[in-house]
Ligand binder design. Structure first.
Ligand SMILES: [Zn+2]
Length: 327
């Protein structure tokens, strides 16, 4: 990564930065963009002192555009603004008409960062292709992606792929300890090794919710699907969505661990629940829990805008009961 930064001449006009969620990719992308616009880059990294850096950090650099999903203009009847599901083609058209082919304001580079690239729909991706293939002079595209497999091959093929640097487990644990984590390795395990995701799990309320939820999964016969459905349905829309997301993530990591234990391996995400997992694993059919886990991952893609959180939660929990009790 450092070597690539050292020389702007080495920068491909289309760079695709990719890595898992929770590893700070957005921050890294912004930092790289700032480095490209900086007047006095130090080893390719932004100096943080020059006028270009100041403009960038205050969000006002005229030669930088960040393309992200936008809010729908009119709010819903509930009064809550809604984020679109996709980056729409108008956003790329605006870029082409009002930014890409105009001379840069500061006689330097122009940078467009697209976050997240997989959120571009087909029309958006197609509109971008030509500019990506033959960009105007000194124009750099920085595409950031958590899920390469959702990206169109035509987009990928026009970019240079750069995997995000991964901190070692020791570096990540030391960093989490500095943020106040009592048990960094456990927290990292819960987050599948992603440090920023682990940091969001440091929250005491989240940990209490996790313990409560996993204890319920550990006792599938006593699990009240209807009761939990009602629970997921209480509160404001954003609260419901966050709870549903957390439950889904826990169901996914728990069922993964259960399948691992059934196969005689150690749990990856919830080592502190090893006794409960082992007990349950002794009674489940490994294939049915594996099938459930895969179905859950597919359904997770539908979670961005669940039409009915309660139904989605109930379906996932019923499926879980069926899979572990072989009902
Ligand atoms: Zn600078």
């Amino acid at each position: 990564m450092r070597a690539m930064l050292r020389s702007r001449a080495q920068w491909h006009h289309g760079t695709l930065l990719h890595g898992p969620e929770g590893t700070g990719l957005r921050r890294l992308g912004l930092h790289l963009a700032q480095g490209l616009l900086c007047r006095h880059p130090d080893d390719g990294l932004a100096c943080g002192q020059c006028d270009a850096c100041h403009l960038f950090l205050t969000g006002g650099h005229p030669d930088f555009r960040l393309v992200v999903r936008k809010y729908v203009e009119k709010t819903e009847s509930s009064g809550e603004p809604r984020l679109r599901d996709e980056i729409i083609v108008d956003q790329v058209r605006e870029l082409i008409d009002g930014f890409l082919y105009l001379t840069s304001h500061r006689q330097g580079a122009k940078v467009v960062m697209i976050y997240l690239a997989e959120e571009m729909n087909t029309a958006t991706a197609n509109a971008l292709l030509k500019s990506l293939e033959e960009p105007p002079h000194a124009t750099y595209f920085l595409l950031v992606s958590h899920q390469l497999r959702l990206l169109r091959p035509t987009v990928i093929s026009r970019c240079r792929r750069v995997p995000a640097p991964q901190p070692t487990a020791e570096q990540a644990a030391a960093w989490l300890a500095a943020q106040g984590a009592a048990d960094p390795p456990l927290l990292l395990a819960q987050a599948g090794g992603a440090p920023l995701k682990a940091l969001t799990m440091l929250d005491a309320a989240y940990q209490a919710e996790r313990t409560r939820f996993l204890n319920r999964l550990a006792e599938p016969r006593r699990l009240s699907v209807i009761g939990m459905g009602a629970e997921v349905d209480s509160g404001a829309r954003a609260v419901k969505k966050a709870r549903l997301q957390a439950w889904f993530d826990l169901l996914a990591t728990w069922s993964y661990d259960l399948a691992a234990c059934a196969a005689g391996a150690a749990p990856r995400y919830h080592p502190d629940f090893t006794p409960q997992l082992s007990r349950l694993a002794a009674t489940v059919a490994p294939l049915s829990i594996l099938r459930y886990h895969r179905a859950l991952l597919r359904d997770r893609a539908l979670l961005a805008h669940p039409l009915n959180p309660r139904l989605v939660a109930e379906k996932a929990l019923f499926g879980y009961r069926q899979a572990v009790l072989s009902e």
